[in-house]
Design a protein around this ligand. Sequence first.
Ligand code: SF4
Length: 233
Amino acid sequence: MKICGVQGVSVIDYPGRIASVLFLGGCNFRCPFCQNADLVLRQESLPGLDLEEMMQSLEKKKGFVDGVVITGGEPLIHGEALLSLLRRLCEAGLAVKLDTNGYEVELLREALAAGLVDYVAMDVKTSLAGYSKAAGKALDTRRIEQAIRIIMDSGARYEFRTTCVPGIVAESDIREIAALVSGAQRYYLQQFRPSGPMIDAEYEDVRPYDAATLGRFLSLVSPSVQTCGLRGA
Ligand code: SF4
């Protein structure tokens, strides 16, 4: 497991907390619109950060920074190494938010059951029928459904979120997502902001949806969830 980057302080990535953000290299998906292509495809080209130095740095910030966001890439591909990091953060008294695509369901279940995660943010990329296109590979979409259920039943705080990429997410997909996450605590639609390099350079030229379309999408989901909103619109 390689820590490829750290953002020392963020006030926007962890609801209700001031957090540091750790970027882990590698991912089990190849979403064509991914804006972290270096983290996903070329992590060996990125400098790695020393875990012990990072833990010391977090200790020094305690009192000011009270949470850590673990993001990627996809953190859950790192198995026991990730669980060990989560335990150390918990022992240090830091709350953890996990950003995930949810596909490694068993590790997700284990981390949540052990109380190692305070807040989960899972990307729901599109409807199940479109998931393989969205993820850039053939998938078992039952694992996406399982991950949603595991998160909703976990007792942790959580959100689901969808980046509205034209060609990946259409109105019919939003209707299906609304059913998939029905009853969820929080759901957010995120504006697609193309900027390279992406995994598939063709997506760098895709024109984002306009605000009216995103507003319509939101109105389709809002009756199904407790809280919802638009980000980046
Ligand atoms: S957008 Fe897709 S490929 Fe990129 S880090 Fe997230 S899950 Fe992995």
